[in-house]
Design a protein around this ligand. Structure first.
Ligand code: GCB
Length: 614
């Protein structure tokens, strides 16, 4: 469907970034320009707030009655509105339409949209005083799942993938007075998408993260990488990428607190590598030290807070800053911790969620099953939590479809581009519980791992795999080929829930024929907070507590055990979970309920992690 509208609506739109012959190379087929990193440090105007919306189940805003695409001027991108032009036949009006808050999902803002999946038009109006010599970009933190973006009646392009940022250049497209920004959002699930049609979380639709109008100089610092050099903790190294006509410039990196820095010259592509000697205090969960880092060019300057650390494996150990560390983790979905549910969007959401993890004695969170918002990652970094960062290659992906691969890889690239300067990210994960026997899967996943490493060879790369019974109570990971290329033997196991009862844990011995750290990326079971009974009765707190005790005993016996991230910190919405009176659209595997009540199993983990700290 989008192909149709894009071909007809966007014919002229994809020149978005071509106003000057610059080193900016937009993805021509989508109109999206290369991602601007560290967006919160840029000069920008927030476009968050109340946006008018129109639910468009039949696609009437862009298709005619034969389902042929209408012209842009007859589509809702035009934002013409009946009440201003009552002599014309116009059957929509954004001014008179109700509003949704941006950022936010539509499902939890409007009861009538709770289960809605499909297309919704969003519109906001804004004014911007344009400064001569400046460039302007519209930046979206994330829109689930597809977004076609129009400004002042012109379609700028399309972005696919619900959890990563994207931006369009709008220099020369801003009006002097009022600007109309229209976004057509579609969260319909499709087989070829990433994730595909089947997943165990709520398909929250909408403009789920903040929208900014960003102002930059003509030539600006679009991206950079500043980190400890791999295998040399006495050197800080990285690169800078400029964007604009004045590509060759003097650029500097300066860390005043360390009295260290460097000056280099960018090449004709606006790119320069650098390295310089420095002895930073290293970032760690115990001491999450971040430094103010200034990156400047002749025409631009941007500041960041950056930490320095190393992460590697040696045999069955994970080494943080050269020392063995056990990853005391928990898995987390991006949902608000404050009862109302819906997508988590802000700092308060992040602090509350991560504080539950800290109070459980965690030093690590698995941000499942897709890239979480940047504030979440940065808050975890400030609070001393290492992060497993993941893209939504989940379950039964369309492995042999090249477009599906390109989409997955694009989400990976956008995720790494946004977060490569975050010291707390220690693992890039490319998939979760994918079927080992599926044709094309191994090529798909090994290409993704290769891509992650080509973009960033300083972190670990893995995936959440599955387990396999070998007979006689012996168990192992079921993915020998992927284990060979991953840095960890990381897999989900549900002994005591999907596989037998909790006592089964006592009967199992784990064995692995590769010497790598073993990370249990999920285990757990369901309980409704406040529901009590015998420890053999499912969905009671007693069952869950016992399951955790037995799992903890079992995990402690795993040879090469390097950590775990039980499933999951908080009960989360999922339409797969329909048991009335207990689930009611919630996956109940949280250690904390959706209302913030800690279940007794939470304290099992808290005690165990406390003992592992010593
Ligand atoms: C899993 C999935 C996770 C599910 C969980 C469950 O293995 O990775 O997304 O939510 O199991 O609750 O069944």
């Amino acid at each position: 469907m989008y192909k149709q509208i894009l071909f007809s609506l966007c014919a002229v739109a994809f020149l978005a970034c071509n106003r000057t012959k610059t080193v900016s190379t937009e993805k021509a087929e989508t109109g999206v320009c290369p991602q601007i990193t560290n967006i919160q440090a840029r000069c920008s105007t927030s476009l968050d707030g109340e946006w008018n919306y129109i639910v468009d189940i039949y696609g009437a805003g862009y298709l005619d009655y034969r389902r042929n695409p209408v012209s842009v001027k007859n589509s809702f991108f035009r934002d013409r509105g009946f009440y201003g032009h009552q002599k014309e036949l116009i059957e929509y009006d954004f001014d008179a339409a109700p509003t949704l808050h941006v950022p936010g999902d539509w499902n939890t803002q409007k009861p009538e949209l709770y289960y809605y999946e499909g297309t919704v038009w969003y519109r906001t109006l804004f004014h911007q005083k344009k400064k001569p010599g400046c460039r302007y970009f519209l930046y979206f933190g994330a829109v689930n799942y597809e977004a076609v973006v129009g400004l002042n009646g012109e379609v700028l392009g399309k972005h696919t993938g619900g959890y990563t940022p994207f931006n369009f250049e709008v220099t020369g497209k801003l009006a002097d007075e009022k600007n109309s920004l229209v976004v057509l959002v579609d969260n319909a699930r499709r087989f070829e998408n990433v994730p595909t049609v089947n997943f165990d979380w709520w398909n929250y639709g909408g403009i789920t993260r903040s929208v900014l109008l960003v102002e930059t100089p003509e030539t600006f610092i679009r991206d950079y990488c500043v980190q400890l050099k791999k295998d040399d903790p006495g050197i800080i190294s990285g690169w800078i990428q400029l964007d604009g006509p004045d590509a060759e410039q003097q650029v500097c990196v300066d860390i005043p607190e360390l009295e260290a820095g460097v000056q280099v010259r960018t090449d004709a592509n606006g790119y320069a590598r650098f390295e310089f000697a420095a002895s930073p205090e290293l970032w760690s969960p115990e001491s999450p030290k971040l430094y103010s880092v200034a990156v400047s060019s002749e025409s631009d300057r941007v500041e960041d807070r950056i930490g320095f650390r190393s992460i590697e494996t040696r045999g069955t150990q994970v080494l943080l800053n050269g020392k063995p560390v056990i990853l005391r983790g928990v898995s987390v979905h991006e949902e608000s911790p404050f009862g109302a549910g819906g997508r988590a969007t802000n700092k308060e959401d992040a602090v509350q969620t991560l504080q539950w993890a800290k109070d459980m004695n965690c030093n690590f969170v698995r941000l499942a099953h897709y890239p979480h918002n940047e504030t979440m990652v940065r808050t975890a970094e400030e609070m001393g939590l290492m992060v497993w960062s993941e893209i939504p290659v989940y379950w039964t992906i369309d492995w042999k479809n090249p477009e599906t691969y390109a989409n997955a890889e694009n989400q990976l690239v956008e995720n790494i581009t946004r977060d490569r300067n975050r010291a707390n990210i220690v693992i890039w994960s490319v998939a979760n519980e994918t079927p080992v026997e599926a044709e094309g899967r191994l090529e798909f996943l090994s290409s993704l791992m290769g891509k992650a490493r080509s973009l960033d060879d300083t972190r670990l790369v893995s995936a959440a795999m599955e387990k396999k019974a070998l007979g006689g109570g012996r168990m192992t990971v079921n993915d020998p080929e992927l284990v060979k290329i991953a840095d960890l033997i990381s897999f989900n196991q549900y002994v005591g829930w999907y596989d037998g009862d909790a006592d089964k844990c006592d009967t199992i011995t784990w064995e692995f024929d590769v010497e790598k750290p073993v990370f249990i990326s999920e285990f757990g079971g369901g309980a409704l907070a406040g529901r009590h009974g015998d420890r053999t009765e499912r969905f009671t707190e007693e069952y869950l507590e016992y399951l955790y005790q037995k799992n903890v005993d079992m995990l402690s016996r795993i040879p090469g055990f390097a950590g775990c991230s039980p499933w999951i910190l908080k009960d989360f919405r999922s339409p797969r979970r329909m048991l009335p009176g207990i689930q009611d659209d919630y996956n109940r595997k949280g250690l904390v309920s959706e209302k913030g009540v800690k279940k007794s199993a939470y304290f099992v983990m808290q005690d165990w992690y406390s003992s592992l700290k010593k």
